[in-house]
Design a protein around this ligand. Structure first.
Ligand SMILES: Nc1ncnc2c1ncn2[C@@H]1O[C@H](COP(=O)(O)OP(=O)(O)OP(=O)(O)O)[C@@H](O)[C@H]1O
Ligand SMILES: [Mg+2]
Length: 418
């Protein structure tokens, strides 16, 4: 059997009978662009659809409810791809049968699978790319080129850092507000609160000293009464008078030995002052701590910003190194871009060029492309397609409306016009 694994294939001959509008056509195309021309309703799309139906099967047959020309019993499309021959036949009430054989007549056992493997993914509707959403366009582009990174994973990473930075930013704002609620820093305040216990002990000692004075005073008074009592009783007890006098003298002596009295009214005031100063010291310590937290949070936020910039740079550098099928093609978070501008804002010709180049970039074995709405394309766009086809060794089938009969293969009443 012929080797079908290496050489690029294209259609060297297309024969179709009774397929849709076609009576019978036999086309042996040359060159990279095959223009199927003619007036409206003559069978141009029928030619291109015959190509599609023969090669793609499934989707094409579902889209074509009546493949056999009205009044006929069967239709057939036969494609010569050089090394292999593809034949699809329809008879009434069947979805078509496919035969793929080598040039020497040997049949392949899984013909549709063979064709599917040889066909490019957007071979029959390359402009479908233009109609995709920006997000799907990016997915198509990413699946076509070789990216050194996973854009979704990179975006997840970027978002993670961004969210972390937002969180730390909230801490910064909170700490700044908290810091503002403290009185300003006072360099004259001591670092630590003063102890009240020493002052309290001093006050206790003073009170105790005064109490013993009080006790001495009352003792002296008591003894004075005793003298008075003893004098009253002098006449009865001269002896006890002497004793009382002696005791009185002792008491007076003890009184003289006592220190001076202390004024205790100031202690309360001093204590109050101490508490106020300690409150300020406490606040000052808290303030120092919050200022520390704030500068740490600010530092963290700055680190996150640097990380974000690094991710963006990494992405930009990786993208710059990727080889896109069209110069200037790239993508960002919003979609595919051409020379930095969203593809949706590029001109129709630019979008066409990108779509066709992308469809060709897959580099399938069977290099066939179908463009149905060729009449929408001006000569510049047609020129672009011809250049791309030559560059990628592609065979592009284009349908154009034309009444001159001087463009490409003219189809008239279901046949090739002579
Ligand atoms: N199974 C069929 N049997 C007979 N006629 C058919 C069948 N299928 C489609 N047609 C007719 O073929 C014509 C359309 O053919 P086709 O789409 O190939 O023409 P076209 O040259 O591409 O036209 P246009 O310039 O408008 O694109 C219509 O008139 C349609 O009625
Ligand atoms: Mg048409």
């Amino acid at each position: 059997m012929t080797d079908t694994t290496t050489k690029a294939l294209r259609v060297t001959n297309l024969k179709a009978e009774n397929y849709k509008r076609l009576v019978a056509v036999d086309i042996s195309p040359s060159g990279n662009v095959v223009t199927i021309a003619g007036r409206n309703a003559q069978g141009k799309s029928s030619v291109l659809d015959a190509l599609w139906a023969a090669l793609a099967g499934g989707e094409a047959s579902r889209a074509t409810q009546q493949p056999i020309r009205e009044g006929q019993d069967s239709a057939v499309v036969r494609l010569d791809l050089g090394d292999i021959i593809v034949t699809r036949r329809w008879t009434k009430d069947d979805a078509g049968t496919l035969t793929v054989e080598s040039a020497d007549g040997a049949k392949y056992s899984s013909p549709q699978k063979l064709l599917d493997e040889m066909l490019g993914r957007r071979a029959f509707d390359p402009l479908a790319f233009v109609r995709q959403s920006p997000k799907d366009q990016v997915a198509t582009l990413v699946s076509t080129v070789d990216l050194p990174f996973d854009p979704e994973e990179l975006e997840r990473k970027r978002k993670g850092v961004y969210d972390q930075r937002t969180e730390v930013g909230r801490d910064v704002a909170k700490l700044e507000a908290q810091l503002a609620s403290y009185p300003d820093h006072d360099p004259n305040l001591p670092d630590e609160e003063e102890s009240a216990s020493a002052l309290l002990a001093e006050a206790d000692a003073a009170r105790e000293q005064n109490a013993s004075i009080d006790r001495a005073v009352s003792e002296a008074n008591r003894q004075a009464s005793a003298v008075e009592w003893a004098e009253d009783a002098l006449r009865e007890a001269q002896a006890s008078l002497d004793a009382a006098r002696s005791q009185y003298a002792d008491a007076q002596k003890a009184l003289k030995a006592m220190p001076t009295r202390v004024d205790v009214s100031g202690f309360t005031e001093r204590l109050d002052g101490l508490e106020a100063s300690n409150r300020r010291i406490r606040a000052q310590k808290d303030r120092t701590m919050v200022a520390g937290f704030l500068s740490a949070a600010k530092q963290k936020r700055a680190e996150h910003t640097i990380q974000l910039e690094r991710i963006e740079k990494q992405k930009a550098e990786a993208l710059a190194a990727v080889e896109f099928p069209v110069p200037g093609l790239s993508f960002d978070d919003a979609g595919v871009t051409l020379n930095g501008i969203p593809l949706s804002q590029s001109s129709s010709a630019e979008q066409l060029r990108v779509s066709v180049a992308l469809a060709m970039a897959a580099n399938p074995k069977l290099r066939v492309l179908r463009i149905m709405d060729g009449s929408l394309l001006d000569s510049e766009s047609m020129q672009i397609i011809a250049e791309l086809a030559a560059e990628h060794d592609y065979q592009v089938w284009v349908e154009v409306v034309d009444e001159s009969g001087k463009v490409g293969v003219t189809i008239e009443d279901g046949q090739v016009a002579r």
